[in-house]
Write a protein that binds this ligand. Structure first.
Ligand SMILES: *Cc1c(COP(=O)(O)O)cnc(C)c1O
Length: 351
């Protein structure tokens, strides 16, 4: 079975060996306060800085999931309210979590086929934070750097916060544009689920200090403190941190990965319109996601293709939320090989 699921998604085949290695080296039983843990955790953080080109003064934290980051941001960094832009289910969930903690949070739903037009919204000039979903996994859209740069210049004091869960590790991100960046490893890192990553700029940490929340198990200031020793304040997913350090050592630079993913995305966007009975859910090139290709069809065609794909040994990503019955999604993640892509294209052409 090959999988184009968008998360959890295909894991790198090398992970099989890394798992055995972890078992054989007794990594599964070590203390998260031990020298052994510190060594590969430090390696993991250094490789993340190096391979993803994360600025040296940005702090990388381990979390349990991207969902946990939604709460951490609202509880520990935001004092009163933020503006959350969304066009799909994940951005909407982030808004809902933020709104639950800060009822003054403003959510703006925008058209999935268009770029966000910042000047058409009523945004308080002293807004604390603007939240965007860089890659909305449910619709298959992205937010361009142009929008982010405009947000930064219009609201120079605001923190810019971004959900990168389905593109971190797959496309090159200009981290300097953002203060809060988060994701998890079961998408573009080709790893099993259960580990999140939260990256903070010095400005974001300063903001957290003004709020000074320290009493929660996942208080960000406690986490920032512990990570100086490459550690966490609770027992983390030690195995996944080890696996991440091994996958990061294996992959090439993010610019190479970025080029590969963008080329494959362009191929998918050219290929889908050649099929009978299927169409691109997002046709505006400016907002088409590079890592999640959403394909639309009639409900009958969606049922048929998913069934036949299974028989052919191919797992497609289902549509999500309100798009469940009228779309399927194709993960364009780095762990997927050219041979697998060709197999899927051959299958789709024959349908
Ligand atoms: C998958 C996903 C999430 C949720 O990730 P978890 O690690 O399951 O919390 C959040 N946002 C986006 C954009 C996603 O694709």
């Amino acid at each position: 079975m090959i999988t184009f699921n968008v998360g959890p998604s295909k894991i790198y085949p090398e992970v099989r060996n890394y798992l055995t290695e972890a078992y054989d080296n007794h990594i599964l039983s070590i203390s998260h306060r031990s020298k052994e843990f510190d060594t590969f955790s430090q390696k993991c953080l250094e490789l993340m800085h190096e391979k993803l080109q994360i600025p040296a003064d940005y702090t990388i934290l381990y979390t349990g999931s991207a969902t946990e980051s939604w709460e951490i941001i609202a509880q520990d960094i935001v004092s009163k309210s933020t503006v959350q832009f969304y066009n799909g289910e994940f951005g909407k969930k982030w808004f809902e979590y933020a709104h639950y903690i800060h009822p003054e949070t403003i959510g703006y739903k925008y058209n999935e086929s268009e770029e966000i037009k910042l000047n058409s919204y009523n945004i308080p000039s002293d807004i604390e934070m603007l939240g965007f979903t860089l890659n909305e996994t449910s619709t298959g859209t992205k937010v361009s750097d142009k929008v982010i740069k405009e947000a930064k210049s219009t609201f120079p004091n605001a923190l810019i916060s971004i959900d990168t869960t389905s593109c971190l590790g797959g496309i090159a991100i200009d981290f300097k544009l953002f203060d809060i960046i988060y994701g998890s490893v079961q998408k573009c890192f080709g790893l099993p689920a259960g580990l999140g990553i939260l990256i903070l700029s010095p400005k974001a940490i300063e903001k957290a200090k003004t709020k000074n929340i320290t009493g929660r198990y996942n208080s960000v200031l406690k986490m920032v403190d512990q990570i100086q020793k490459f550690q966490t304040n609770y027992t983390p997913n030690v195995l996944n941190i080890y696996l991440l350090s091994r996958v990061l050592a294996q992959i090439t630079s993010i610019s190479d990965i970025n080029n590969l993913i963008k080329k494959r995305a362009a191929d998918w966007y050219n290929f889908i319109p050649t099929l009978n009975g299927f169409y691109l859910h997002i046709t505006n090139k400016e907002v088409q996601s590079d890592t999640v290709i959403t394909v639309g069809a009639s409900e009958e065609n969606i049922i048929k293709i998913k069934k036949e794909a299974k028989i052919a040994g191919i797992e497609l990503g289902s549509g999500y939320g309100s798009l469940k019955n009228t779309t399927f999604r194709i993960a364009n993640f780095p762990a997927i090989t050219d041979a697998e892509i060709n197999q899927l294209k051959k299958f789709l052409s024959a349908i």
